[in-house]
Design a protein around this ligand. Sequence first.
Ligand SMILES: Nc1nc2c(ncn2[C@@H]2O[C@H](COP(=O)(O)OP(=O)(O)O)[C@@H](O)[C@H]2O)c(=O)[nH]1
Ligand SMILES: [Mg+2]
Length: 241
Amino acid sequence: MASPHQKKQRANSKKNKREPNAPYPYARKEPEADKPKRDNAIASLLQQAEFLKSAQKLAQCPPNEGLEVAFAGRSNSGKSSSINTITNLRKLARTSKTPGRTQLINFFGINDELRLVDLPGYGYAQVPEAMKIEWQANMSEYIERRECLAGLILVMDVRHPLREFDLMMLEWSTHFGMPVHILLSKSDKLKNGPANSVLLKVQEEVAQMGEHITAQLFSSLKKDGVDAAHQVIARWLQIQE
Ligand SMILES: Nc1nc2c(ncn2[C@@H]2O[C@H](COP(=O)(O)OP(=O)(O)O)[C@@H](O)[C@H]2O)c(=O)[nH]1
Ligand SMILES: [Mg+2]
């Protein structure tokens, strides 16, 4: 039988063995250029986002200039968390465990030209009908009239995709030719297999509405899908490499 000392030696020699596929220590490091530089540019740019102002209606929005990307989603879909994750700013958009009632459009300035927008959402029975109607008027007007709006990020809980709210946003976007990128959020709540089948199903359904709608899985908890979301936002905000 091996003595404790021999066992330790064996363990050590195993530890020092090179993993079969590991690069040799003297191998040239992978060039940094392999990672898209744009990712870093967009990540550091988005991290500069600061609260700019809140608007109750279109007339109160900042001037219709430059470019902006708006985030929409039902209450509790994980929209505020997604904004915080994508900007890597933990407190930019408030997140809460209780669904918010706020119906304000919140603007975050990245620089003088670029903005992120947190659109009000609903999805709870408590929301009065009159408020829903006002919301619908505001949202469709915002998508129709806001020329600086480059694209819409639509956040949906991966466990409850394509609800009434989402279909309405997709319908207006299709109508006004607005590109939409869907984040199937809280993907950590499902195993990989089921999460991917939701993604495929959603992609199939939205493909019928037009080519302007894309989708991906996203988790603020695990920080999954951040690079993919960054690439879409960089394209919309015309951020160069
Ligand atoms: N497990 C998990 N929970 C999340 C994730 N994103 C948000 N949540 C939770 O979902 C709830 C609603 O999130 P919030 O961002 O406030 O949603 P909003 O109402 O759409 O802005 C909060 O309790 C969050 O902590 C995620 O990626 N994974
Ligand atoms: Mg929120």
